[in-house]
Design a protein around this ligand. Structure first.
Ligand code: C2O
Ligand code: CU
Length: 690
């Protein structure tokens, strides 16, 4: 991670420094005296020297990054470093000998003016051009990194960048030559009439601006999401499949992949989406969008095996709303994605979800229509499936939802529903279970203090033989869940979102045997590491399993266009929605996915309808309990191998659960062959899944 930043920063600094050096080098021949020439020569080398240092830093960073995987450096190897190396060679070959000749003319403490011949020597292309070439190489590195950043690298792109390099190199050489010629003819370092120069420069600038404008316009246009678009339509990627026949004509509609349509539900719920005014602890009143007027929405608790029926009613959320059952592997038609598995439910409308709650665990639900906005506004709640085989019943079983509220003075974080101290009473010696749900966009630190505890489940799946932890920080992925259990001690236990002492007023949960007592302060200890926690257990998927498909997902950042807007985009394999890849699978297949984050933002990747088992991180196999997740936090510089069994036919979103990233295009799909969606997104429809 640190080396990625070093690499990035040194690339930018290198471009600036080499630019200064090139500019300096091109002006030394205008020195009025031989002494001045000497100092100017020296200053040019000072700037080149510093630039050289940053080139060394950059090279070191590339070597370190290369050790953690070739995807981090392939663009540097294919373009940036060789271009810079050519410039260095030119400097050694031409510029340094030329500098010697100039140095022979320059003299210490000489007030003598330069002879015309001296000026020619000091303006020689051999002197000026190499560092200019270096500047072009570093400029192209910056452009390549900020604007192109693609994976896999396309040969056409590489050739185009090299072509620009060659053309710019030739143009600069010719320019240096002609400058020299003019100097020889006129014998004066003056640059000609300013009027003519202005016209030339102005013309060049105008052309450049025009070219950029045209490129902007075309790219913006090309990035626009069409008025109507089937999310199941494009960019089928088949991965390294062992046997991919031509996909058969789509025969199964997403709409037909429902839960049981008949049968009396074991549990019935009605969730009504509505605008509600809530009062924040600061006293500020805010409009929230809620289910049943509650924030978070009602906690839904069912038993494993229950047939659940939830009726969604939209009272007055104008844009429409849906419900997605995050982490629950429901049949596709019950998945609640606007434009993919259903149309958004408009005010006055209703939609019925029916599914069997097969797996016990902690889940949550949220609108999957304008999800980046609607989750932030409050359209979410907790969904808990209690196991049939009853383990020891906890005396306190509490869901704690972490959510970030946008307020006028920045974002305020909340634990549970509001950010003030909350108390719970538990009898000493009894079992306490806390179910943490991160409904925010960023990984959330959680501190449990005053008692040794265990993380008993991740994303709803129980861990195998979890050990006791203390002074350990839990970093919960956005969209993810951790279940924590402990035996209630005789003193107070605290939960907070930051280290330090427990104040009376902020973001804190205290569980105590009586109404008083404060827990010890939270220590910012080691981070909890799921990869080495608990003990191994056999599962169907492992590193040596034979996989039917293998997909590689490379996450990156660059500047670019999304839906007509020029922004900072988060990419999957260099692309954003709707160009992002569609990963094809067939029912019954074992699928491996490799995630690599070569950008500098955290991406909690969430696959709908399936759970993925994490096999390795940064090349090291998972050594603890099987780690099965539905939302996997991929931090900058990290590589994960994960796998799942394709056992739930449909078309499933596979997106970043930093919902703002998803809303700016970081969204892909896993699609079963032969399945199509009759729903559409785009400005001509009501549906905006993200
Ligand atoms: Cu929690 Cu596609 O979302
Ligand atoms: Cu992201």
């Amino acid at each position: 991670m640190i080396w990625m930043i070093v690499q990035f920063a040194s690339t930018i600094v290198l471009a600036v420094l080499s630019g200064i050096a090139a500019w300096r080098a091109s002006r030394i021949h205008r020195a009025p005296t031989k002494e001045k020439l000497r100092t100017r020569l020296r200053w040019t080398f000072v700037w080149m020297g510093i630039a050289g240092l940053f080139l060394l830093v950059k090279t070191a960073a590339v070597i370190v990054l290369g050790a953690s995987g070739e995807v981090f450096i392939e663009d540097k190897i294919a373009m940036q470093l060789p271009m810079l190396a050519i410039a260095i060679a030119a400097i050694v070959w031409f510029q340094i000998p030329a500098a010697r000749a100039i140095r022979a003319i320059a003299a210490r403490r000489s007030k003598d003016a330069l002879m015309p011949l001296d000026r020619l020597t000091a303006a020689a292309p051999r002197w000026v051009w190499p560092i200019q070439l270096g500047w072009i190489a570093s400029l192209l590195s910056v452009i390549q990194q900020f604007f192109i950043a693609q994976w896999p690298l396309r040969i056409g792109t590489v050739l185009a960048v090299w072509l620009v390099y060659a053309a710019a190199g030739c143009a600069l050489w010719m320019r240096a030559k002609s400058r020299c010629r003019r100097l020889a003819e006129t014998g004066s370092p003056d640059r000609g009439a300013w009027g003519a120069r202005l016209i030339w420069r102005g013309g060049a600038l105008l052309t450049a601006v025009l070219l950029v404008a045209v490129w902007f316009g075309l790219s913006a246009q090309a990035s626009r999401v069409p008025e109507r678009l089937s999310m199941a339509g494009q960019n089928h990627d088949h991965g390294h499949a062992h046997d991919v026949a031509a996909a058969a004509a789509p025969a199964v509609s997403v709409a037909s992949l429902t839960g049981p349509q008949s049968g009396t539900p074991d549990r019935r719920f009605v969730l009504e989406a509505q605008k509600t005014t809530v009062t924040l602890p600061t006293g500020e009143k805010k409009e929230a969008w809620t289910f049943n007027g509650q924030l978070p929405g009602p906690e839904l608790r069912v038993r494993q095996g229950d047939l659940v029926e939830v009726t969604l009613i939209n009272r007055d959320v104008e844009a429409g709303v849906t419900i997605h059952w995050h982490g629950v592997d429901v049949p596709n038609a019950e998945d609640g994605v606007a434009g993919m598995t259903q149309d958004a439910v408009m005010p006055g409308g209703r939609y019925v979800y029916r599914f069997v709650a097969e797996d016990a665990g902690t889940y949550w639900y949220h609108s999957h229509h304008q999800s980046s906005k609607q989750v932030q506004m409050g359209l979410y709640g907790v969904f808990i499936v209690e196991p049939t085989a009853a383990p020891p019943q906890p005396s306190v079983d509490l869901a704690v939802v972490l959510h970030d509220w946008p307020t006028d003075n920045g974002t305020s974080v909340t634990l549970g529903s509001l950010d003030r101290l909350q108390r719970k009473i538990a009898d000493p010696g009894t079992l306490v279970r806390l179910r943490f749900v991160n409904a925010g966009n960023l990984p959330a630190p959680i501190f449990v203090t005053g008692v040794p505890f265990r993380v008993t489940a991740i994303d709803g799946t129980d861990l195998h033989e979890p050990g006791e932890l203390a002074d350990t920080r839990l970093d919960l992925a956005a969209g993810g869940r951790y279940d924590v259990t402990f035996v209630m001690p005789n003193s107070a236990v605290g939960v907070s979102r930051s280290a330090g002492s427990f104040a009376q007023d902020g973001n804190v949960l205290v569980i105590s045997p009586s109404d008083e007592g404060m827990p010890p302060e939270a220590v910012n200890g080691n981070a909890f590491d799921p990869a080495s926690y608990g003990t191994p257990e056999r599962t169907e998927l492992g590193l040596d399993t034979r996989y039917d498909r293998h997909y590689k997902l490379i996450f990156d950042n660059r500047l670019g266009f999304y839906n007509g807007q020029f922004t900072f985009v988060q990419t999957i394999n260099g692309r954003v929605f709707p160009d992002a890849p569609m990963f094809a699978v067939r029912e019954g297949e074992r699928v491996k996915m490799t995630f690599v984050n070569r950008g500098f933002e955290v991406h909690p990747m969430h696959l709908h309808g399936h759970h993925i088992q994490v096999l390795s991180r940064n090349g090291k196999a998972v050594t603890g309990s099987p780690w099965i997740a539905d939302t996997l936090n991929v931090a900058p510089g990290e590589t994960y191998e994960a796998a799942f069994v394709a056992d739930n036919p449909g078309i499933w979103m596979d997106h970043c659960h930093n919902l703002d990233h998803a809303a700016s295009g970081m969204s892909a799909h896993v699609a079963y062959e032969g399945v199509f969606s009759p729903y559409e997104i785009g400005s001509a429809t009501v549906n905006q899944p993200e």
